[in-house]
Design a protein around this ligand. Structure first.
Ligand SMILES: [Zn+2]
Length: 305
C-alpha cells in the first residue's frame, strides 16, 4: 500500500472509534457453555488507564520514529451514557491531517480486504473474551461454519484462558486489543504504548496456548499513530482496522445493528462487532440474523488480509 493510500484509508471512514466501553470489561460473570476451569486465574484490575511504570516496560519492541500522537478522540465516556434509541452517526472521531511517514513495514492498517478475496467478509469481535457472550458468538459461528477474528483485551484473556483457547480450537484468529483499552493511547509515552501492546500480546498468547494465531493489533477506539503502528509491526502484529462498523456497542436494537452493517456491506468488508465490554445480547441476536443473511447472499467468511 502506498503512503497516499494509507493516508486515505485512515483519514476516511475506515477508522472510526470502536466505542467507549472501557470499564465494563471485568464486570460480567455468568454461566457459559464453554466449560471453565475449576479456578479461573484472578485478573488484575482493568482501569481505563494507568500511569506507565518504566520498570515494567518491555524492551522487546524497537520503536522507530518520534512522538506518538496526531489523533484526537472525539468520544469519551461509558456506554451507560449512550441513549438506547437508534444510534446517531458520530462525526469523524479522529483526524490525521498531518500524518507523518510511517516506518517501513509497519505502515499499513488493514481496513478492507479478506484473505482469499471473492465474495467474502471478515467478521471481527472486540473487547472480549467474555464468559457470557463469547461462547454464544462461537456457537453461532460454528453453526454457520463461519470464521472470525477476536480482538482481545489482554487481562481478560488471562482471566478466561479457556475462552481464548476455545477461539483457537474453533479455527478463529486472535488480535491484540491492548491491556487497558485506552482510547487515547496515542497521546501517552512510547513506553506506555509498548506495554499496552506487548503485555497484552503476551497475556493473549499465554491464554491461547499452542497454535495461537495472534496476527493483528487493533488500536482501541481506532486511535492509531505512526508509533503505535510501528510497535505493532515490530511485534509481528498487523495493524487491523475495519470498514463496516456495526455500532453494536451503542445497543441500537437488533434491527439497528443489522442496518448499520448492511449500509457498508460489500465483498471484502471487515465488520466490527463486540463480544465484550457490556451487554451484548443485541449483538448475539443480530449475529444470528446476519449469518443467515450472509449465507443466503452467498458470502463466505475469511480473515482480514
Ligand atoms: Zn474495543
Amino acid at each position: 500500500m502506498t503512503a497516499a493510500a494509507i493516508t486515505a484509508a485512515i483519514s476516511g471512514a475506515v477508522l472510526t472509534a470502536c466505542g467507549p466501553h472501557a470499564g465494563g470489561h471485568l464486570a460480567q460473570s455468568s454461566p457459559s457453555s464453554v466449560t471453565p476451569p475449576a479456578k479461573p486465574a484472578s485478573p488484575g484490575p482493568h482501569p481505563p488507564s494507568q500511569a506507565p511504570s518504566p520498570s515494567s516496560a518491555s524492551p522487546s519492541a524497537p520503536v522507530p520514529g518520534g512522538a506518538a500522537g496526531g489523533t484526537q478522540s472525539g468520544r469519551t465516556g461509558g456506554s451507560a451514557a449512550v441513549p438506547s434509541g437508534p444510534a446517531s452517526q458520530p462525526g469523524p472521531a479522529h483526524t490525521y491531517a498531518q500524518l507523518p511517514s510511517a516506518p517501513a513495514g509497519s505502515d499499513m492498517v488493514v481496513g478492507h480486504g479478506v484473505v482469499g478475496g471473492g465474495k467474502s467478509v471478515a467478521l471481527t469481535f472486540d473487547d472480549g473474551p467474555d464468559p457470557r457472550w463469547t461462547p454464544q458468538v462461537l456457537a453461532l459461528l460454528a453453526q454457520h461454519h463461519a470464521k472470525a477474528t477476536f480482538c482481545e483485551i489482554g487481562p481478560l484473556a488471562q482471566r478466561y484462558p479457556y475462552l481464548t483457547s476455545a477461539i483457537v480450537a474453533n479455527g478463529d484468529r486472535l488480535c491484540d486489543h491492548s491491556v487497558h483499552h485506552d482510547e487515547q493511547q496515542s497521546r501517552k509515552p512510547v513506553e506506555y504504548n509498548i506495554r499496552e501492546i506487548v503485555d497484552a500480546k503476551r497475556e493473549i498468547t499465554n491464554a491461547a496456548g499452542d497454535g495461537a494465531k495472534l496476527m493483528y493489533y487493533r488500536a482501541p477506539g481506532g486511535d492509531w499513530s505512526p508509533t503505535i503502528r510501528a510497535i505493532a509491526g515490530a511485534n509481528h502484529l498487523q495493524p487491523l482496522g475495519w470498514s463496516d462498523d456495526a455500532n453494536d456497542w451503542r445497543r441500537p436494537g437488533v434491527d439497528g445493528i443489522l442496518r448499520n452493517i448492511n449500509q457498508d456491506l460489500r465483498p471484502g468488508t471487515i465488520i466490527l462487532m463486540h463480544d465484550g465490554g457490556g451487554d451484548r445480547s443485541q449483538t448475539v441476536q443480530a449475529l444470528a440474523r446476519l449469518l443467515n443473511q450472509l449465507d443466503a447472499q452467498g458470502y463466505s467468511y475469511g480473515f482480514p488480509a
